[in-house]
Design a protein around this ligand. Sequence first.
Ligand code: ZN
Ligand code: ZN
Length: 270
Amino acid sequence: MYKYDFHTHTDFSGDCEFPMEIMIEHAINNNFKKLCFTDHFDYDFPSTELSFQLDIPAYYNKFMELKEKYNSKIDLLFGIEVGIQPHIYDVIIKTINKYPFDFVIGSTHVINKQDPYCGEYYKNKTKKEAYDKYLKEILYNVNNFNDYNVYGHLDYIIRYGNYEDKKLYYKDYSDIIDAILLKIIESNHGIEINTSGYRQNFKEPHPNVDIIKRYGELGGEIITIGSDSHNPEHLAYNFDKACNLLLKNGFKYFTVFKERKPEFIKIPCV
Ligand SMILES: [Zn+2]
Ligand SMILES: [Zn+2]
């Protein structure tokens, strides 16, 4: 089966050390039809250790050089993963519209200027409070920000809290999750099935199956598959599981993007 990975990082991201060319060669050797790079652009990120400022001119030049070099072997797409925060909408819009991106993932990595990765965000909050606040921020973003194609890893908040059961259960947040999904659908955006959750002991993708199922029930059709790989070995990680999960939950197609427009590909039986 051909592979199409629409969430991957390279050493243009502050948290990845593998050059783009290594990723491309791995993909070519492993039956990839399309590979989309989505390096991090997190403007005004609160961390002092890592920088998520993306040197977009250098990223674009390297991409174009390698796209030309490998053109006959793989379809390479130019994407970006943008960290959305309400006070930087203008910066994001101005920045991404200067370059011919094929695909834009909008992600919430920071809530109220706090990075959940550091743990501080969860302090003095019950799980319900922490998850509610996170989902409200996403709802605010989908209602007020339009310049993305799919919303990244919708239940990302489960990664770093130290609650005994970290899972975000759809039934506990159904009103707000429905509002988010309906807005995404109505504004012709989509979500992704991010298989990095399988690598992080959740045994489920981001978002979890209940949310993906609900997205389909509400009429959602645009759904990309991404590994969120920061390492060649993780490219297309557990995509067979992701395809089976989609088929089981009523999806017949997954989505790829070119020039910011969706194209639909029939999900193979795997
Ligand atoms: Zn992310
Ligand atoms: Zn990512």
